[in-house]
Design a protein around this ligand. Structure first.
Ligand code: MIC
Ligand code: SF4
Length: 659
């Protein structure tokens, strides 16, 4: 039987298990990268494991999320990351070098490899034919310490592209918006999206990377393109043709499902507030003539030279509409330099664009927050309520051509109806390569002192699971709760990522300002529980959405279903993720109910049979009992019994050498 691209990559990296959907496999990982906001915790955890130097062939520590330096904390974090990278054998990408995913795509990604990143948009690397997966910091640290990656083999869905992207105002982002329109933010859970078909030929690696980047919004484990002559072209242009291998699915490869998208028929789309799957054709929006207050172009989704140069040429000779703020955050210094050298930066500035540094910026409310109830249209990948830093802002997502158009017109109107000369820019045959902001790892044996400022605190630990678990329901929430809801980001909170006691005060702040107080009271009585709907914990990989609730005494989350990375993070920090056997039980539980898991430890210990791992939960306040399943693997059950992945791994890897 023929194999698809995903199966080929998995087979090459198999340490244990069988590559059949749903089974657990151990995989050798080639590359691991971190970004600063999740990286401080990841590197603190790597240090706490005590494994010496990193054991994977390539590790890179990027700084891209928080570069505001509004006080000492942020610069201290950068210094910690720089010295930790030097000490533990990782590359360090200095602030200013760019957003991890864009820089990694340019300088390190390679077809056929497996990469992990402590960020949910790591699948950007799928654009080059790499199996690139977002994980929590502790999972990354454990793999860097030498453990294989354990993965439940996802289904592989073929996305067959036919036709050509040729309609005006349509760009690569519309491919993924179209998928989100059909599949929703939970349609990719437990799946890998593998692209194929004759439409591939037309798509450059940066365009493919836009699609795989935003594939994260489907909830998919990752997305991947084959590696072909377009991949070779990109790698050659980056001076890295030696990293190219051809990678394509066998003609008789099997997929769990096939979705066909005809690129020629795609029309310009937008995601309306407040979810990336709230997709509507611009044509349907246009009649309302919504006034646009802000336009943001860039981020890890749409930052290639081609995209930004195209936008610059659209702006050339025009002025951004009065009343519109246009912000541009280029994804990498390589791209920014090209724009500076070819005059495009001048076109941006002349048109009135505010060019920001190469960082995440407004995408997570690190500056650039819209005003009250303002409308912001962004080339970014997420528009969750409040994520921009403004609770009542209305954030839309759209491709860069549309964003340029809206910036000049100040309204959401049909682009076809207005004259604007947009020339699409061709893929460059060579990029200016200068890796001077990438600091290579120090040689083994060279002493480096790790610098920790006063805001960098230790990693809190949780005790093992009790025989009978008592927890008070702190919050009952509905479907698609995001990690931004659980643990908000933004300029006030992000500096606290390396200080769990301080950041824990902000858990669920936007949903329920009293959550923290109630959690602390419940902790004194035994602990807290959260009752969730479908796809609980979608969105980012931030493990703080598990670690901070754990610090506040949350012991169990009972939901209708979980997002992959968040579920893994919960287990890593000793929080039990349970799934209602009967989803109707969700509505029977109220805030403040006392829940008792009668057989908590016994069910975990009975890891031999799946059937044994049913948990019986008693709502003591209301006087009823219901059942919840865990779907835990043997390893996951062991982690929970040990109190989490850190204590579990420390035992295994302690005493690792520096060599
Ligand atoms: C995001 O886009 O939500 C983030 C901020 O990049 C997160 C990581 C984080 O919270 O640090 C992600 O996507 O994983
Ligand atoms: Fe940064 Fe936004 Fe990309 Fe997350 S989605 S990595 S915050 S640019």
């Amino acid at each position: 039987m023929g194999r698809n691209v995903v199966e080929k990559i998995l087979q090459e990296h198999l340490v244990y298990g069988d590559i059949t959907t749903g089974s657990r496999v151990g995989l050798k990982v080639d590359q691991v990268y971190t970004q600063d906001a999740t990286g401080t915790m990841a590197w603190l955890q790597f240090e706490a494991i005590g494994a010496g130097r990193v054991k994977v062939p390539l590790a890179v520590s990027y700084v891209d999320h928080n570069m505001l330096q509004s006080n000492f904390m942020n610069a201290d974090d950068h210094e910690f990351l720089r010295t930790a990278a030097a000490r533990f054998g990782a590359w360090y990408s200095r602030p200013g070098n760019g957003i991890s995913h864009q820089v990694h795509l340019e300088r390190f990604s390679a077809p056929g490899r497996i990469a992990l990143g402590t960020d949910s948009h790591t699948p950007t690397g799928g654009g080059i034919g790499m199996l690139a997966i977002g994980v929590g910091g502790l999972d990354a640290a454990t793999v860097m310490a030498g453990a294989p990656l354990e993965l439940k083999v996802p289904e592989v869905v073929e996305v067959r592209l036919t036709g050509r992207l040729k309609r005006p105002w349509v760009a690569a982002m519309d491919v993924i918006l179209e998928l989100l329109r059909g599949l929703t933010v939970k349609g990719g859970v437990g799946k890998i999206m593998e692209y194929g078909g004759p439409g591939l030929r037309q798509l450059s690696v940066p365009e493919r990377a836009t699609i795989t980047n935003m594939g994260a919004e489907l909830g998919a484990t990752t997305s991947v393109f084959p590696s072909d002559e377009r991949t070779l072209f990109f790698l050659k242009a980056q001076g890295r043709e030696k990293d190219w291998v051809e990678l394509k699915a066998d003609p008789d490869a099997v997929y769990s499902d096939t979705i066909t998208i005809n690129l020629s028929e795609l029309e310009p789309l937008m995601a309306a507030p407040h979810s990336p799957d709230n997709v509507v054709p611009v044509r349907e929006m246009a009649g309302q003539k919504t006034k646009v207050d802000q336009v943001c172009i860039g981020s890890c989704t749409n930052s290639s030279y081609m995209v930004l140069k195209t936008v610059a040429s659209a702006l050339k000779g025009h002025t951004v509409r009065p009343g519109v703020n246009l912000l541009v955050n280029p994804g990498s210094r390589q791209v920014a330099l090209m724009l500076a050298r070819d005059g495009s930066m001048g076109d941006f500035l002349a048109a009135g664009a505010r060019v920001l540094e190469c960082s995440c910026g407004p995408c997570i409310g690190m500056g650039g927050s819209p005003g009250s109830a303002q409308v912001s249209v962004r080339t970014y990948n997420r528009n969750f309520k409040g994520r921009s830093g403004t609770k009542d802002a209305m954030v839309y997502l759209a491709n860069p051509l549309l964003c340029a158009f809206f910036a000049l017109n100040g309204q959401i109107i049909e682009p076809g109806s207005q004259p604007l000369d947009i020339k699409r820019v061709k893929e460059p045959a060579s990029y200016p390569v200068d890796d001077n902001l990438l600091i290579p790892p120090r040689e083994a044996g060279v002493e480096v002192e790790i610098k920790k400022g006063p805001n960098i605190k230790g990693v809190p630990l949780k005790g093992p699971v009790e025989d009978e678990m008592h927890a008070w329901a702190l919050l009952v929430v509905g479907d698609n709760i995001t990690t931004d809801d659980i643990m908000p980001a933004g300029s006030q909170i992000l500096p606290l990522r390396s200080n769990i006691p301080a950041i824990s005060e902000y858990v669920y702040r936007g949903v329920d300002p009293d959550f923290g107080k109630r959690a602390v009271m419940a902790k004194a009585k035994g602990g807290g529980a959260i009752i969730g709907g479908e796809n609980y914990g979608q969105g980012s990989s931030r493990e703080h959405a598990a670690l901070a609730p754990m610090y506040l005494g949350v012991k169990v989350i009972i939901a209708k279903s979980f997002a992959r990375i968040h579920r893994a993070n919960l287990i890593n920090f000793g929080i039990l993720p349970l799934v209602f056997k009967d989803p109707a039980d969700h509505d029977r539980i109220s805030r403040e109910d006392e829940l008792v898991i009668i057989n908590a430890r016994a069910a975990l210990e009975d890891a031999a049979s799946q059937a044994g791992r049913t948990f019986t939960v008693e709502d003591r306040t209301k006087g009823f009992t219901f059942e919840a399943a865990s779907g835990l693997s043997r390893r996951e059950a062991d982690l929970l019994l040990a109190g989490g992945l850190l204590p579990y791994t420390r035992e295994k890897f302690a005493g690792g050498s520096d060599g």
